[in-house]
Design a protein around this ligand. Structure first.
Ligand SMILES: Cc1cc2nc3c(=O)[nH]c(=O)nc-3n(C[C@H](O)[C@H](O)[C@H](O)COP(=O)(O)OP(=O)(O)OC[C@H]3O[C@@H](n4cnc5c(N)ncnc54)[C@H](O)[C@@H]3O)c2cc1C
Length: 394
């Protein structure tokens, strides 16, 4: 059995990037179909990012999916860097002239986008197997997929690859059509989501000789904690008790004493990687979000970099359909990459500043210590950190 459908924009991947783009385009009268490999429950079960820039929040509101984020998201005006037994605050609001970030979980944001798609009658096809873009270097690209015994074909003007790092879109581009840039870090983050009051109302990034740690949160009753672990570790190597003991060791005394722990709801290890593909377009296939770039989560840039891609792509597609102006599409890759690389630089710098690198020489260690000492001795250095953390303009 096979079927064929037409749409204007075929979107591969029903994560935040794909859903946001589809919702924004729909509201401007542009047809989309989203193909998602997994079930909705599976997508909503993934615990990932939690710190949003205001540029992202503005897009959520424009997509008519920002009401709950505005009600339940928490505005954070600063965060702490802990080192050598002390905590120093980075006052984002003061350092940036009034900018802040919003703490709101990616899971909740994705749920809001799905509800937005349902409300408008948007088409999101779940459990789409063997999704494959075709003829992407022509003006008549199409995407095929399978659901059970049925294969289907979607003809479209553009294919947008929002299918994450392991997706099929980037892999469909011939090897000589793109260039990749990559750094793999020799450690990962073991993350625990715990139903307990967060130890601090603001995030604490901790540098420690035993390794990095982060105290984050999703809500006033949901804590998200991370510790740096070797890549050889598995989740089974860490009981809740061992995890919290190690976390406490890496935090200043007053913080570890104040910590209330609860059973873990989710526990996972994420390897740390920097990755960029250039260009972010091949013919009529456009890549966005994690399909085109990955950052280590240290600077909270991953989801926010995806949002700026969607901003550029959304406006480029609207200009194409409403003004017959293709300059946005032609410039998409260059504009998106300019901002992506700034996010890469910042994430690499934060990671380098705060982690323990197993092969660091004593010279490297002194440089790392000096980088941190310089940061807290210079308002200009702190302002640069804050400007990047709240998000550079789109
Ligand atoms: C474990 C983990 C922790 C993270 N923590 C943070 C954090 O703390 N802060 C931060 O800023 N960022 C974090 N990130 C990064 C952030 O979650 C991503 O940047 C964000 O999810 C990117 O959204 P996306 O829609 O581009 O990609 P994804 O969220 O990866 O969505 C891609 C979608 O495409 C689907 N898909 C994949 N292959 C196919 C296919 N062949 N066909 C159809 N569909 C397909 C997937 O199922 C998925 O739903 C984390 C990422 C991971 C993996």
């Amino acid at each position: 059995m096979s079927s064929a459908t037409k749409t204007q924009v075929g979107i591969i991947g029903g994560g935040p990037s794909g859903l946001l783009l589809s919702q924004l385009l729909h509201l401007r009268g542009i047809e989309t179909i989203v193909l998602e490999k997994h079930s909705r429950e599976y997508v909503l079960g993934r615990i990932r990012a939690g710190v949003l820039e205001h540029g992202f929040a503005a897009l959520m509101r424009e997509a008519q999916a920002g009401d709950r984020m505005d009600r339940e998201g928490q505005i954070h005006e600063g965060f702490y860097i802990a080192h050598d037994g002390i905590r120093q605050r980075v006052d984002l609001k003061a350092l940036t002239g009034g900018n802040t970030v919003i703490v709101y979980g990616q899971t909740e944001l994705t749920r809001d986008l799905y509800e937005g798609r349902d409300r408008l009658g948007g088409v999101v096809i779940h459990n789409a197997e063997d999704v494959q873009p075709h003829d992407i270097d022509t003006s008549r690209p199409y995407v095929t997929y399978r659901q059970g015994d049925e294969t289907a074909r979607i003809d479209c003007n553009f294919v947008i690859g929002c299918d994450g790092f392991h997706g099929v879109s980037r892999q469909s581009i011939p090897k000589d059509g793109i260039r990749t840039f990559e750094r793999v870090y020799p450690f990962g983050w073991l993350g625990v989501l715990s139903r307990a009051r967060p130890v601090s109302p603001e995030l604490i990034y901790a540098k420690h000789e035993r390794g990095f740690a982060l105290c984050s949160l999703r809500s006033p009753t949901l804590s998200r904690y991370y510790i740096q672990v070797p890549l050889t570790d598995t989740v089974d190597d860490w009981s809740d008790e061992q995890f919290f003991d190690e976390l406490r060791r890496r935090l200043p005394g007053d913080v570890s004493e104040a910590m209330i722990t609860g059973p873990s709801i989710e526990k996972s290890i994420a390897p740390l990687r920097s990755f960029v593909v250039e260009p972010m377009r091949y013919g009529n296939l456009f890549l966005a979000g994690d399909a085109a770039h990955i950052v280590p989560p240290t600077g909270a840039r991953g989801l926010n970099s995806a949002a700026s891609d969607i901003y550029y792509l959304y406006h480029a597609l609207v200009d194409h359909y409403t003004k017959r102006d293709d300059s946005g599409l032609e410039n998409y890759s260059r504009r998106a990459l300019t901002r992506v690389w700034k996010g890469q630089r910042f994430s690499w710098w934060m990671t380098t500043l705060l982690h323990r690198f197993p092969d660091n020489s004593p010279f490297d260690q002194r440089l790392q210590e000096t980088d941190l000492a310089y940061l807290f001795s210079s308002q200009r250095a702190l302002a640069s950190l804050a400007e990047n953390y709240v998000g550079l303009p789109f």
